[in-house]
Design a protein around this ligand. Sequence first.
Ligand code: NAD
Ligand code: LMR
Length: 325
Amino acid sequence: MAQTPVKVTVTGAAGQIGYALLFRIASGQLLGADVPVTLSLLEVPQAVKAAEGTAMELDDCAFPLLRGIEIADDPNVAFDGANVALLVGAMPRKAGMERGDLLEANGGIFGPQGKAINDHAADDIRVLVVGNPANTNALIAQQHAPDVPAERFTAMTRLDHNRALSQLAAKLGVPVTEIKKMTIWGNHSATQYPDLFHTEIGGKIAAEQVDESWLRDTFIPTVAKRGAAIIDARGASSAASAANAAIDHVHDWVNGTEWTSAAIVSDGSYGVPEGLISSFPVASRGGRWEIIQGLEIDAFSRERIDASVRELEEERDAVRKLGLI
Ligand code: NAD
Ligand code: LMR
């Protein structure tokens, strides 16, 4: 029997991440090489024509798994029947801006999109927010979707996770595949905490294989400020690596993994206030993220996790003040 295609809605489809993402979804890398998809592209009216151009190129690839493309400028249309929603559409920060500067500019996008998801998406909808500030935008969308289980709203810290893997692999001269149990905690921002105290290489703790000064003064800031370094070098924010991380996040959510990092709604684990969308070490089993429990958190890690979580609380309070939640 022919399999029903999975409907994947991508917002900001005409943007630079959209361009790096759509072809990989259509080729089967998001959900699996045997899963047909339809794509729904959401854009602002002035970018619909550019999205139509991307759709023409998608057609021209004759992807065997791509069963249809829709383009809309209305979230109620774009999310109708969606099974997966990738919320990418938002302004990227420019040189010299912090992600917090985007709260007001981008926050307003995510309430109406959350409501449209609430009212029109399929029952099994899974949402990944990429547009910055991703954690708080995900919170805004989730708060506007009271009929969707909160656990279906997530934000992307997989790019930070992948950056941390690469930095550590280069330092120790090992392939990234040798590194297990990497964790990003907190916000997708400069306060994030990449944790090497539970990371293992050949069964040994990574933090014990590097100098403390490298860990503290090089590794953590390099990972946490990598987005700004890319903006500085490229003159534009990361795009292909961000699209790659979005593919990894959804692929693992649907197909399962024993350990990665994702920003999900806190259940109070590790002292992170319930309801905040914060990055944790997670596994995915049966299509659901689970926070990995029972890790010992020492004073060094505690201080850094708490600082990032405090920033998330401040962002939440700021969007509350703006009337966005
Ligand atoms: P871009 O400017 O190239 O594209 C953004 C697109 O979104 C544009 O085409 C714009 O028209 C569209 N858009 C704006 N408002 C919209 C709305 N209401 N509905 C639908 N579409 C809308 O930007 P980009 O480089 O693709 O980046 C997109 C976002 O992703 C930025 O906020 C950026 O900071 C963020 N980002 C996040 C991560 C992460 O790890 N979480 C990494 C890289 C970039
Ligand atoms: C990134 O991490 O590359 C993005 O979030 C872009 C940014 O604003 O840092």
